[in-house]
Design a protein around this ligand. Structure first.
Ligand SMILES: [Zn+2]
Ligand SMILES: [Zn+2]
Length: 144
């Protein structure tokens, strides 16, 4: 974690406890992770954590602006680090692969929503479900 971020946190009256840092690092390592997956990761180094601690800590980290969540399945939210560039998600319904896409791809749509609806999209929370290229190949005919 950068000194920048630490300074920012301190200035806003927040502290990154060792436990929070451990969980933040786990999210970083995993890329996209549900609370259960984060728990499995932090358990490798600390057995003192349980799933409700992980849930609570992820919520705190999100309030601090250090992680974001998106809904990549019908179950628990999936968290990702904000140290990545902002992105939205494509999720394959068939193989559950997650593809991170730069918001630029949506720019024409974002612009229209801004102009016609005065609506500003929360791109990092956006998930588009569908079928990935590998799964399309397996079942030709969908596109025809
Ligand atoms: Zn993501
Ligand atoms: Zn797929």
């Amino acid at each position: 974690m950068s000194d920048d971020l630490r300074a920012k946190l301190r200035a806003s009256g927040h502290r990154l406890t060792p436990q929070r840092e451990l969980i933040l690092d786990a999210v970083d390592t995993l890329g996209h992770a549900t609370p259960d997956e984060v728990l499995a990761e932090v358990r490798k180094t600390s057995s003192a954590l349980n799933v409700s601690t992980v849930y609570r800590t992820l919520e705190v980290l999100e309030q601090l602006g250090l992680v974001r969540h998106a809904h990549l399945s019908d179950r628990a939210p999936t968290y990702h680090s904000v140290r990545d560039h902002e992105h939205f998600h494509l999720v394959c319904r068939n193989c559950h692969k997650v593809i991170s896409v730069h918001p630029e791809v949506l720019e024409p749509t974002l612009t229209r929503l801004r102009e016609e609806f005065a609506f500003v999209v929360d791109v990092g929370h956006l998930t588009v479900f569908g079928r990935c290229t590998d799964c399309n190949r397996d079942e030709p005919g969908d596109d025809e």
